[in-house]
Design a protein. Structure first.
Length: 367
C-alpha cells in the first residue's frame, strides 16, 4: 500500500503551481539578438528575475564590469532612441546589418532590431580577417562596431589589395569608444562609407549620434570641474552620465548640426550628486527603494532630500556638485517632466515590481 508521501511524490511530478525546470521560460542569446562570438566572455545561463527585460554588462573600460538590468518600463524609450538612429541614417526594414561586437546590440536592444525589421549577423570570430570576410560575404547595408577596429581592418584590406572586392556605399555606426578620426578618410577611400558616431551605454541605451541627442530627456550642465576647459556633463532623465564634453558651435565632425563633441569626452570628476526634492509618489519608503534599485542596476547614486515633498505634481531633482572642490558651482534643478523621463521610468519599474513581483514558494522572506 502506497504511503501518503508516495502519492505526493507522484502528484508533484504532474501537478503544481510552480514550474518544473523544463517548464521555466527561457531567454537565450538568440532571443536577445546577441548570439555571436567574443573573445572576452563566457556563455553562462543564469536565473534572471522575471521583472527584467534582459541583463547585460558594462564593458569594464576602467574597472570590473557591472551587471546591468534593463527593465520593461524603460524599453519603449530605449527602442525609440534606437529607431531615431536607424531612421536618421536611412536604414529600412529588410536591410542587412553586420555587428562586430554582439553586446552592442544590447544598447539598441534586440527587440528594437526585430521591431524595425533588420536582418543582422555577427563575425564568425573576433578578428580583422573575419570582419573583411563578413563584409565580402554578407554585404551589409550598415556596420555597427568600434571605430579603431574597423579602421585597422580596412587598412588591412587596402594593404592586401582586396579593397575593391568589398561592398561600397555602406553606413558605419561606430560605438563603444571615442571615434577614431582617422577612420573617416580610410572609410571614404576604401568603402565610400558614411561614418556616424554613436554615444551611449548599456545602462541607458543610445543617447546621441553625431553630437545630436536621440532622447528627449537629455540635459547638458556645466561640468563641476572642467580642469580649465569649458566642458558640459550629459544628464539623461535627471541622472548624470559621468562623462563631460566640449560643446562647439562649429559642430561635430560627422554632422555640423551636432554640437556635443562626443569624441572629445572625458570622465567627470568630481561627479554631481543627485538629490530627489519632490516626487509624485505618496511614500518616501518607495522612493528609497527606487534609489537602491538605480544603484544596483544602473550604478548611479541617488539621495533623498530630508525635506522631500511627496505627492508632488512632478519629479524635482537637484544636481549638487562636490562643494569641497567646486565651492563656486551652483546646484542645478531638473524639474520638467520631459527631462526627468528616465528617472520616472525607473520609478514606474519599481511600482511594477512591487505590484507584480514573482516570489518562489521555497524562499520566504519576513520583514
Amino acid at each position: 500500500m502506497n504511503s501518503i508521501l508516495d502519492e505526493i511524490s507522484s502528484l508533484v511530478k504532474e501537478f503544481g503551481s510552480a514550474p518544473k525546470f523544463e517548464d521555466m521560460p527561457r531567454r537565450t542569446l538568440s532571443d536577445k539578438g546577441i548570439a555571436g562570438p567574443t573573445a572576452a566572455h563566457t556563455i553562462e545561463e543564469v536565473h534572471t528575475p522575471l521583472n527584467f527585460a534582459y541583463l547585460t554588462f558594462t564593458t569594464g573600460s576602467s574597472a570590473f564590469q557591472n551587471i546591468v538590468g534593463v527593465t520593461y518600463a524603460e524599453m519603449p524609450a530605449r527602442i525609440e532612441a534606437s529607431f531615431r538612429i536607424l531612421e536618421r541614417v536611412g536604414l529600412k526594414a529588410g536591410d542587412r546589418v553586420l555587428v562586430t561586437y554582439p553586446p552592442l546590440v544590447n544598447v539598441f536592444s534586440g527587440e528594437a532590431f526585430k521591431q524595425y525589421g533588420l536582418e543582422w549577423s555577427f563575425l564568425v570570430r573576433s578578428s580583422r580577417d573575419a570582419f573583411l570576410a563578413a563584409l565580402h560575404e554578407f554585404k551589409p547595408k550598415a556596420v555597427v562596431g568600434e571605430s579603431s577596429f574597423i579602421r585597422a581592418a580596412l587598412e588591412d584590406a587596402r594593404h592586401m589589395g582586396v579593397a575593391q572586392e568589398l561592398p561600397q556605399n555602406i553606413i558605419l555606426l561606430t560605438a563603444g569608444t571615442p571615434l577614431d578620426l582617422e577612420l573617416l578618410s580610410v572609410a571614404e577611400s576604401v568603402l565610400q562609407a558614411e561614418v556616424h558616431d554613436l554615444y551611449g551605454c548599456q545602462e541607458f541605451g543610445w543617447l546621441a549620434m553625431d553630437g545630436i541627442p536621440v532622447r528627449d530627456d537629455i540635459s547638458l550642465i556645466p561640468a563641476a570641474d572642467g580642469g580649465g576647459k569649458e566642458l558640459y556633463e550629459l544628464v539623461v532623465g535627471g541622472l548624470p552620465m559621468g562623462d563631460s564634453f566640449p560643446v562647439s558651435g562649429s559642430g561635430h565632425i560627422c554632422n555640423s548640426e551636432g554640437k556635443i563633441i562626443t569624441y572629445r569626452r572625458q570622465r567627470s570628476y568630481p561627479e554631481y550628486e543627485v538629490i530627489v526634492k519632490a516626487t509624485k509618489l505618496t511614500s518616501a519608503v518607495t522612493l528609497g527603494r527606487v534609489a537602491r534599485s538605480i544603484l544596483r542596476i544602473k550604478g548611479r547614486i541617488v539621495k533623498i532630500s530630508p525635506e522631500l515633498i511627496t505627492s508632488a505634481a512632478h519629479t524635482v531633482l537637484e544636481l549638487v556638485p562636490d562643494y569641497l572642490s567646486c565651492s563656486s558651482q551652483k546646484p542645478f534643478i531638473i524639474d520638467e517632466p520631459e527631462k526627468t523621463k528616465f528617472f520616472d521610468d525607473m520609478v514606474q519599474a519599481q511600482l511594477d515590481y512591487q505590484q507584480n513581483s514573482k516570489a518562489d514558494p521555497v524562499w520566504t522572506k519576513r520583514s
